[in-house]
Write a protein that binds this ligand. Sequence first.
Ligand SMILES: [Mg+2]
Length: 101
Amino acid sequence: MNLKDIQNKVVEVSDIHAKKCNTKRDNDWYILKLQEEIGALTQIYLSNSSRGRNKGIVPEQLQKDFADELSDVIGQVLLIANHYNIDIEEALERKWFRYLI
Ligand SMILES: [Mg+2]
């Protein structure tokens, strides 16, 4: 599965979720939601590194939760790219992969 395929699936899931929850996804929702997801990722990171409450959650679950929140951040980034018509693959090529030449 390439990045565009993943992005399309993320958009499809977001559309379903927004409809189900009646979420208003206006222009700044995308960035604000990313900030929320980064906060959740940071919270799990702190718990997983003994710098936050772990609420009795075992390390294996914290690692899974960390992975889940990281996937939320990536999903939200892909939603932003889709919303603002950004070709994220092209941007990655231009900004990151130019160093591989
Ligand atoms: Mg999350």
